[in-house]
Write a protein that binds this ligand. Structure first.
Ligand code: NAD
Length: 481
């Protein structure tokens, strides 16, 4: 694989435009979006300017009063219609998603469909007032009131799913929204704005393109009431600081370095596939993917052999190609980072259990790699690799492995792999994470809140807790004589 493009540059086609106040808005300055499977540009989309950002936030602010005053049933109905439109456009959105993100088309389709499933679930959740006192002397109820303009900022690994998980609850709760996708993957999200442009009243849903700098301006904007952010811990910290001057509400879904602990009754033949995909689905670019695999010494050889055997059957290639199971790393910066972490681990004595091949060409492919012989203190173990490299660590003592798993600033997810449910629950209880899965990892569901502890985040998405996160509580307190 070469880092320099050898194929003739292909002129990118113009991609979708921004949607502001129900209108299509372009800019002279554009972002060039690269298809990671080919390394070549495939679309140009507008880069929001500070002046246009003012229009977007100002328009969303102006729309807030009437949108929030609408009955929730009307808002739910409009969001439902939006989801129907997106559903009807699944194939188009999935294709754009594969071209910009790299994931196989089948996974892009399921990303769109999962986003819809999670979003529809918000429509059935109640934000009705809760009466806490109702007697002869007083009446007290807790209402849930919307916040204002929400800035929804997303990462490049699941752009459509992440955007939908923010847009649907924010709008149902009565907020207006300005969405800013990652500059690496803005296309499907901008298209989503276009699909909905004439559905909502102007200003209710604004979709802009832009880089980190426009993200900074958006999150520092005084008219933004809440920031719902999915991305790295470093950016999460910057956003928390940007929120401080006007005390913006925050939901921060940040990085993870999830430990998976295999117990000594694990059946590698039966469960190997689940364990493999826990670590390496979406090419390892999953916030709550299994990123540190802890094996008991007695099973280490067996489980490593099984994982290597499975890895050898995986078809790596262009996400648009039939049969592809794993695509490229999404961008070159990330590709270089994965390479750097693996090289560092090898220089610290890591032994390669498996290393696959990559397709020829200029795509951002990195070979699927499983290593052992590493421990904490090596960057590949301590940091989030976010790519197709899995470190396997050996343990001898259960208490010790729980301590090692918890010895991290991250706390997004974790997993225990065993058929002994008492042992699983005992270990799960001691792991510091927003979710602990048993015999799977990750598994998100609209009924359960998803979020991280420690530096993996603040607040949750999904479930009624995720919906409530787009509201403040307001108490109505009446004295009765
Ligand atoms: P990133 O933090 O670099 O960027 C995310 C978004 O923030 C982009 O839209 C970017 O333009 C914007 N941004 C960057 N700097 C900003 C700033 N100072 N102010 C405002 N916005 C800014 O993250 P990434 O590389 O796109 O995504 C990968 C990371 O996201 C990984 O750490 C991954 O674990 C995490 N992630 C977390 C979850 C979760 O739910 N917890 C889900 C997906 C990804």
């Amino acid at each position: 694989m070469s880092d320099t493009a050898t194929a003739p540059p292909r002129r990118p086609t113009t991609g979708p435009q921004m949607t502001i106040d129900g209108r299509s808005v372009g800019t002279e300055t554009t972002i060039t979006v690269v298809n990671p499977s080919t390394g070549r540009s495939f679309a140009e989309v507008p880069a929001c300017t500070p002046a246009i950002l003012e229009m977007a936030v100002g328009g969303a602010d102006a729309a807030f009063d009437s949108w929030s005053a609408m009955p929730i049933t009307t808002r739910r109905d409009l969001v439902g219609q939006a989801l129907d439109r997106i559903d009807a456009a699944t194939d188009e959105l999935a294709r754009l998603l594969t071209l910009e993100q790299g994931k196989p088309l089948v996974n892009a389709r399921s990303e769109v469909q999962s986003g819809l499933r999670f979003s529809r679930a918000f429509g059935d959740m109640s934000l009705a007032p809760e009466v806490v006192v109702d007697d002869d002397t007083q009446y007290i109820e807790i209402q849930r009131v919307p916040l204002g303009v929400v800035a929804a900022i997303t990462a490049w690994n699941y752009p459509v799913m992440l955007a939908l998980l923010k847009i649907a609850p924010a709008l149902i709760a009565g907020n207006t929204v300005v969405v800013k996708p990652s500059p690496y993957t803005p296309v499907a999200t901008l298209r989503l704005g276009e699909l909905l442009a004439d559905l909502f009243p102007p200003g209710v849903l604004q979709v802009i393109g832009g880089d980190d700098e426009i993200g900074r301006k958006l999150t520092g904007h005084p008219q933004i009431a809440k920031i719902s952010f999915t991305g790295s811990v470093a950016t999460g910290r910057a956003i928390m600081a940007a929120a401080a001057p006007t005390l913006k509400r925050l939901t921060l879904e940040l990085g993870g370095n999830d430990a998976g602990i295999v117990l000594n009754d694990f059946d590698a033949q039966a469960m190997g596939e689940s364990l493999y995909w826990a670590a390496l689905s979406n090419n390892g670019q999953v916030c709550a993917g299994l990123k540190r695999l802890y094996l008991p010494r007695s099973l280490a050889d067996d489980v490593c052999d099984r994982l290597a055997q499975i890895a050898g059957t995986v078809t790596v290639g262009d996400g648009m190609a039939e049969g592809t199971q794993t695509g490229p790393v999404q961008n070159r910066v990330q590709l270089d980072r994965v390479r750097e972490l693996l090289d560092d681990a090898l220089s610290h004595g890591a032994q390669v259990v498996y290393q696959g091949d990559v397709p020829d060409g200029d795509g951002f492919f990195f070979p699927i790699t499983i290593v052992r012989g590493v421990a904490e203190g090596v960057r590949l173990v301590d940091e989030e690799p976010f790519g197709p490299v899995l470190p396997v660590l050996i343990y001898d003592d259960l208490d010790d492995v729980v301590r090692r798993a918890n010895d991290s600033d991250y706390g997004l997810g974790a997993s225990v792999w065993t058929s002994d449910s008492d042992a699983a629950q005992d270990v799960a209880k001691r792991l510091q994470a927003g979710t602990v899965w048993v015999n799977r990892h990750p598994h998100l569901t609209p009924e359960a809140p998803f979020g991280g502890v420690k530096q993996s985040g603040l607040g949750v998405e999904s479930s009624r807790y995720g919906l409530q996160a787009y509201t403040d509580s307001k108490v109505l307190n009446i004295k009765r004589s």
